[in-house]
Design a protein around this ligand. Sequence first.
Ligand code: ARG
Ligand code: ASP
Length: 711
Amino acid sequence: MKKILKMALFLGVTSLYAQQGGMWIPSLLEGMNAKEMKTLGMKMSVADIYNVNKSSLKDAAPHFNGGCSSEIISDKGLLLTNHHCGYGQIQAHSSLQNDYLTHGFWAKNLSEELPNKNLKVTFIVRIDDVTKQVLAGTQQITDETQKAKLIEQNIAQAIKTAPKEAWQENSVKAFYDGNQYILFVTETFKDVRLVGAPPSSIGKFGSDTDNWVWPRHTGDFSLFRVYADKNNRPAEYSKDNVPYKPKHFFPISIKGVKEGDFVMVFGYPGTTQEYLPSVAVEQIVNTINPARIGIRDVALKVQDGFMRKDNSIKIKYASKYARTANYWKKWIGETKGLKKSDAVSLKKQQEIKFQQNIEKANKQAEYGNLLPEFNQLYKEFEPYNLAYNLYSELMYRTVDFLSNGVRILQMQQVLDKKGEQAFADRKKNMLSVFESVFKDNVKQVDKEVFEKIIVFYAEQMPKNLLVASLQNFDAKQLADKLYANSFLTSYEGIEKVLALSPAEFKEQLKNDIGVQFAAQLMDMNDTKVYPNYTRISTQIHALQRTYMKAILEFSKPSDRIFPDANSTLRVTYGKVAGFSPADGVDYAATTTLDGVMEKYVPGDYEFDVPQKLRELYAKKDYGRYGQNGKMPLCFISTCHTTGGNSGSPAIDANGNLIGINFDRVWEGTMSDIHYDPKLCRNIMMDMRYFLFIVDKYAGAGYLLNEMKIVK
Ligand code: ARG
Ligand code: ASP
C-alpha cells in the first residue's frame, strides 16, 4: 500500500491538482510560485512576467475601463478584449443603418476607427509594497474608526510621495483584508478607438442559455486601438494622436493547445472571498443565495413569459433580462458547487486545525475568541443581511416602478439637503436616466413582476423588518391601485412632476400613492436595516482582518495563501484540463466549430449562425488556423479566475497568446468562495478562432499584418 502511494506521488498522480488555484501578485512570484510554474511546464522566468527595469508581459496587459481585462497584440497599440466588455461601445456606435451589434464592424484603416467617450485603459508601470508605511503607528490604536483614519492618512501620504512621472498616477490597495498594502504606479490612456467586432451571432453566440456553460462556442472578442500623443504618453482624444507604441505586445501562437498544457491567465479579477469562516459560507448557501436567486427567479419568469409571446417586448427586455440572469445563474451554480465540494465541512475541519494552531503557538489571548465571535456576529448579521439583499433586489434591480420611486425620493433629498439650485442642476441628468428606463419598459410587464415579486418579498423578509402595509395584503389589489394612480408609471408623468416648482413637487410626492409606498420601504431600510447592516459589517471586517493575520502567521508557503481578488493585476496558472462534473459526465477540454453547427437554430436570437460562417464551415476553409480538418473554438483550464478576468490574455509556457478568457463553467462558479480543482474551470476562446474570424470571416486580414503570429 505504502509502495503504491509512494509510486503515485512519484508519478505526480496525487498532486495532479496540488499546485493550482490562487491569484497571485505578479511582482511577488519568486520562490514558491516560480517553482510551481516550472513544474507545470512554464519555460519563461518570472522576471519575464513582471520586471520594472525592462519590458515584460505586464506592459501588454492593461485594465480595460476599470472592469475588464485586455491585452496588446501589436506594436501599434492594437488591443484585444471580450465582445461583452466592448459591448457598450459597439452599441453606442450602432444605429438602424449601421447596426454593428447585429452585423459586426471592421475599420479598414486608422481613419475609420471609432473614438469612444469615457473609455480608458490603464497600464501598470510599477508595483511596490508599502505595508510598513501604511500601518505605521496603527498597532497601538484599538479604536477601529481611529485606526482607519490614520491608515487613510498614511495612504494619502504614500500616494503623494511615491516617485512617478507627471502623466502617471499612484494608488494604494489593501491586500489580505488590510494586512498588506501595495502601491501601483499606472498610466491611463483615454483615447481608445473601436477597430473591430464580430456580429453578436458570433461574439455572443449562445447568449444566456450558454452563459456560464461548458461546452461553449462563443467568439467573445472585440478589437480596439490605444492612441497616445506624439511623445507616446496618455492624452485626451485628439485627431492628432497616434497609435500607442507599447513596451511589449503578445505574439499570437497558432501551435494549438491540448490537455495538460501549461496555461497562465493574466488579468484583473474583481472580488473573491476565499477565507470566510464556515458560518459565513453556511449563511450564503442556506439564506442569502436562495433569497436572491428566488427573487430574481420571479422577475425572470414573468419577463420570459412576455418575451416569448411578443417580439417587441423581447427586444426591450433582452438586455435587462441578460443582466439579471447573469448572476442569478451564477448563484445557482455557486450554491450547488459549494454543496457538492463540501465547502462548509472542509472549512470546519480547517477551523479545528486553526484552533489547535492557536494553542500550539500559545496565542489564545490574541486569536482564541475569533471563531466564537464570528459565530456570534454572523448570527446577529443574518436578518439584516437577508433584509438588505431582498431590499436591494426589489428596489434597485427588478421593478422599474420602485426604482423610479427611489430616484424621485433621492431628488427630494437633494432639494431638502442641498437646495433648489442643486435640485435644478440634477434634473436634466435625472430626466435622461428616466428616458433610458422607459425606453426598455413595458408597464404591463413591470406591473406583473411587481405583483408576483412583492409576495415573495413579504414572505421572505424577517417580519420585524417588514413594513406594516405588507404584513397582510392582497397583491393584485395593491398592484392595480399603484399602477393605476401613480405618476411613476410613465416618462410623461415623471417629467411633469419634475417640472413643478419645488413646493409643488414636494406636495405632489406627498399625494402620490406610489411614491409613498416606495418611501415606506425606503424608510424601513434606512432606519432599521441599513444602519445595523453596516455596523455589523464593519465589526466583521475588523475580525476578518485579524483572522487573516492569524492564518498568515500559521501558514507556510506551501499552504498557498493568496490574497483575495481586489481588481488588481494577478497571475493565475494551471493546465488545460477537461473535468467531470457529475457521475457519468466527462467533459473534453476543447471545442470546435462543429459544435456551433450542432447548436445552430435558424433565426433564433441566441443560436443563429451567419451565412458566411456556415459557408466556411461547409467548405472547411480554415486555412492555417484549422487542425485535423476542424476549426478549434474554446478551451478550459484550471486557472482560478473571477468577474473582471474577462478579456484576460491566456498565455502559453513561452509567453505567447493562446486564448482570451471570458467565462467559467457553471459547476465551478463557487471558486469565488471555495476553489475546487476538480470542478473549477475557466473558459477561453482559442486565438486560432480569433484569427480565423478576422481573416476568413470578416476579410480583415490586413489587421494580421501588424500582429506577430508564431508557431
Ligand atoms: N458570465 C460571463 C461573466 O460574468 C459573461 C457575461 C456576459 N454574457 C451574458 N450572456 N450575460 O460575466
Ligand atoms: N464573465 C466574467 C467577466 O465578465 C468572468 C467570470 O466571472 O469568470 O469578467
